[in-house]
Every structure is written in C-alpha cells, then in structure tokens.
Design a protein around this ligand. Structure first.
Ligand code: HEM
Length: 469
C-alpha cells in the first residue's frame, strides 16, 4: 500500500516562489531530486544551507562531532517564549548538565516504572473512542488528547481531566494555531540579523502555559519537601542531582524542562499515533494481524508483555519512517567544513531531514510503500542502520525514544483489541509539516467495535480456560 506524500515542487523556482511555498508547507516546497540526492546546497546572498542525506554526513553531524554543529540561535529565538532555556535549545556545558539530570529518569531499565501510567492513558483513550464507535472520528485530535494524557499521567500523576492539565492542553492548542511553523522557522531563507517574529497570540499563550506549569512544579516542590510526592517522572527529575556538580534543577528551571517534555513528548507521539491508525485503516490485512496480536497480548504483564507485540511495533516503526513526526532538524556549522567536495562556511545551516532520508530512493527498497514486514528483512534492517533517525542520533538523541516506543505500540494494541478503523472515501490526508508532520485537514476515520478482535479475544480466553481445566 502506498500512502500519500506531498507533490514535490519543480526543480527550479525563484527565491520568492520558494519562500511562498515554504510558508504554505515546507515538505511540498522541496524538489523531487532531494529523494535521490546525497546533498543539496541552497544559496542566497545572505543564507547558505546544506541538506545532508549522505549517511556519512548525518553521522558526522549528529554523532561524531556534534559540538561542531550546535543548535543555532535561530532555533532558540522562535522557541524561547515557550521553552526558555530548556534542554531542547541549549548547547555546550549547559546542555550537558541538563542531560545528566534528565537522562536517568528515561533510562531503559526504569521505563517499567512509567508503564502503569501509560496503560491507564491507553485504556482511557480506548474508552473515549468506544463511546464514539459507529461514527466518524477526527483521529489527529483524538491522538493529541491521548498523548497529552499520557504525558500528564507519567510526569505528574494527573490525568488530562485535571483542571491545570486541561488548561495547559487548551492553551497549547491556541499556541499552535498562532505559531504553526514554530520549530521550522529556523529554516526560512532570511538573513541571520532579521528578528524572528513571534506573534502576540503565541507569546500570550506561551506565558499562560508557563504560569500553569509553574503552579504544578511549585506544588510538586512542596510535596517533595513534605515527603509525600508520588514517584513519577517530575519527582525523579526534580530530585536527581547532577552527578558532576551535585546541583538539582530549581523550580524555575523545571518550568523550562516541563514545557519541553510536554511539547516534545506529546506532539510527536500524537502525530505518530494518528498516522499509524490511518495506515492500518488503509491496510485491512495489516490491521487484522495487529488486532490478532493485540487480542492475544496480556497488558497486565507489564513491559515484559510488550514482546508479544512484534508486528505492532513494526507498524509503529514503519509509521515513524513514512511520517517522521520531526521532519527536519537544523544545526549550524561552527567552523569551516568540507562536505562532499564543497566548502561549507562557518554559520551555514546544516539540515538533516528524516523526511527525505527515510524515503531516499538509493537507501530503501520501495521507499514510499507501507510495509511493516521490511523490519524483519536483512535489507530493511541494513537500510534502517544508515537511514532511520526519527529520534535523531548521537548524544542529542531524543531522551524519550524508549518511552515513545512503549507508548505507541501499547496504545495501538489497547485500541485494536476493541475497535476497528476504516478510511473514508475521498478523505485522503495530505501530510504537511506543522509543528510536527500532520495532515493539512486532519485524519477522519470511521471507528467501529471490532468483531475480529473480540472474536479472537474470546478464542484466546477460551483457549486459556481450556488449558486451565
Ligand atoms: C514518537 C515520539 C517522538 C519522536 C519522533 C521524537 C523525536 C525527537 C527528535 C527528532 C529530537 C531531536 C530534535 C533536534 O535535535 O532538533 C527529539 C528531542 C527531544 N525529545 Fe523527543 N521524540 C518523541 C517523543 C518524546 C517524548 C515522549 C519525550 C519526553 C517525554 C521527548 C523529549 C525530547 C526532548 C527533551 C528532546 C531534546 C533533547 C536534546 O536536545 O538534548 N520526546 N525528539
């Protein structure tokens, strides 16, 4: 099955036309040759940008010499009103100290501790959707709600219905409407000295989100002092000292970090979940296989039980390949470089594009096809080793990657145990890069109570009963 991809622009367009296309959607503003090229240079009198698809260059920038390719001030500027000096935007010693505190909370060995909260979020999402079974559901909005719920439950042990959580979520949606190109603004072909415009409505929403988060972190600080704080991610991060300096985050610093966990941790997972459900709806045979696996899966076994979801995990990986939530990442060359026989001046922008790398014609077989089984083939695994970076790579890799790879398959399995998804005729989503890769007009699917899953579920139960007798 070949799901939709944006129509690329012609190879040559004027800078003005490019800027117009870019503002409409960065994905369709790119020419088709980028799905074949190893590198592309974009030059204007005040701007040089290099898109790197050559795996050796991607590796150099992200893993081998990341300090020579920091995040640029352009990235920081657009995000500052919401994220302050969070780990997402800092560089150097400040960034390293932040990661030393954050990383232990997300260490693989500790992820079983967030499983109960993720399961509760998945079950709540299923119940909400069951109430709408028999109708048509806007799946992106549903997925955003589910992923935000998962973040609040794991960070602060509160569900999305909690008064402050609900207000943060609502303000966040207002923020996105006011500032849709947030993290891609750095890619705009504008001179470096030109200030980035952050709309008033976005600033106001950011202020309100931060004030609400401050209430949560202050209350948590008090609970920690009083010895009655729940053992969730917020407590772990607030009580973990930097192993080198012994210093913990202050309440004010925690606001920056919580803002980024909320932003980076729910928008991305929501985008992936929405596309995964769409891909399964378009491929009934794959949905049957995932539903059968889900029916036999025992959620009570915790993280260990997830090993039974191998096909569902491959569906989720394939979704991250075709619709990487973060379509492009931007870095800046700190000094002179030479990339594929071209001089790259200091200050040039280096663009790493999961979107192009994951669909690269010279790196993947049938790159546009949805094929979860490719993840079991040697060729698929070879391609993934050099051309699959949905979570980035190297020291700046997403700290939430392990969390997301539990959350995504788990929510899918819990939904597929009881529900079946079908596409609507004439409602093909068009992928566009907003804050993450979303559909321009949402993803509308018909949702029904599932016969296959309930039958298999009954069969599985009967089989278990028969064994017990
Ligand atoms: C499917 C889900 C997710 C995807 C595809 C994803 C992807 C990414 C990517 C590509 C980056 C690097 C961005 C860049 O360098 O410009 C990143 C960074 C980050 N992500 Fe995720 N992410 C996901 C889920 C999460 C979750 C669940 C959390 C936390 C709960 C999280 C927290 C972060 C943080 C804090 C950073 C900044 C790391 C740093 O710069 O050192 N992400 N993520």
């Amino acid at each position: 099955m070949i799901p939709p991809k944006p129509t690329p622009r012609p190879d040559r367009v004027s800078l003005r036309h490019y800027a117009q296309l870019f503002r409409r959607d960065i994905l369709s503003a790119q020419p088709a040759r980028l799905y074949r090229a190893w590198m592309a240079e974009f030059r204007t009198p005040f701007f040089r940008s290099y898109l790197c698809n050559d795996p050796a260059l991607v590796d150099l920038v992200l893993t081998e010499r990341p300090d020579d390719f920091p995040k640029s001030a352009r990235v920081r500027e657009g995000l500052k009103p919401l994220l302050g000096r969070s780990v997402f935007v800092t560089n150097g010693a400040e960034w390293r100290a932040q990661r030393r505190i954050i990383d232990p909370a997300f260490a693989r060995g500790r992820l079983h501790e967030v499983y109960p909260a993720l399961l509760a979020a998945a079950e709540a999402a299923r119940d909400r959707l069951k109430a709408e079974a028999g109708g048509v559901v806007e799946i992106e909005a549903f997925a955003s709600h589910a992923a935000a719920d998962a973040i609040f439950r794991t960070l602060f042990s509160i569900p999305i219905e909690h008064e402050i959580a609900a207000r943060v979520f609502a303000q966040f949606r207002a923020y996105q409407r006011a500032q849709p190109l947030l993290n891609l603004g750095a890619l705009l072909p504008l001179p470096r000295w030109m200030p980035r415009f952050v709309p008033f409505r976005a600033r106001r929403a950011a202020r309100q989100i931060r004030a609400l988060i401050a209430r949560l972190t202050e209350a948590r600080m008090e609970a920690i002092r009083a010895g009655r704080a729940p053992d969730d991610l917020a407590t772990k991060i607030m009580t973990t000292p930097d192993p080198e300096t012994g210093r913990c985050f202050t309440s004010a610093e925690m606001v920056d970090q919580i803002a980024v966990f909320f932003l980076a941790g729910h928008e991305t997972s929501a985008a992936a979940l929405g596309w995964a459900l769409y891909l399964l709806a378009r491929d009934p045979a794959a949905q049957d296989r995932a539903a059968a696996e889900a029916a036999a899966f025992d959620p009570a076994r915790g993280v260990a039980g997830l090993s039974a979801l191998s096909f569902t995990r491959n569906v989720f990986r394939e979704t991250l390949r075709l619709y990487p939530p973060v379509p492009m990442m931007v870095r800046e060359a700190a000094r002179c470089e030479r990339f594929r026989d071209r001089d790259v001046p200091p200050g040039a922008q280096i663009v790493l594009s999961p979107w192009h790398l994951h669909r690269h014609e010279r790196l993947w077989n049938e790159p546009d096809r949805f094929d979860p089984d490719r993840w079991q083939s040697a060729a698929g695994r070879d391609s993934a080793r050099c051309a699959f970076i949905p979570f980035s790579a190297g020291p700046r890799v997403c700290p939430g990657a392990g969390f997301a790879m539990i959350e995504g398959p788990l929510i899918l399995a819990i939904l597929l145990r009881d529900l079946r998804f079908r596409p609507l005729a004439g409602a093909e989503p068009e992928p566009v890069a907003q804050l993450t890769v979303r559909s321009r007009t949402g993803i509308r699917l018909s949702v029904e109570q599932s016969d296959v899953a309930s039958r298999t579920h009954r069969d599985a139960k009967a089989a278990i009963g028969a064994t017990g007798n």
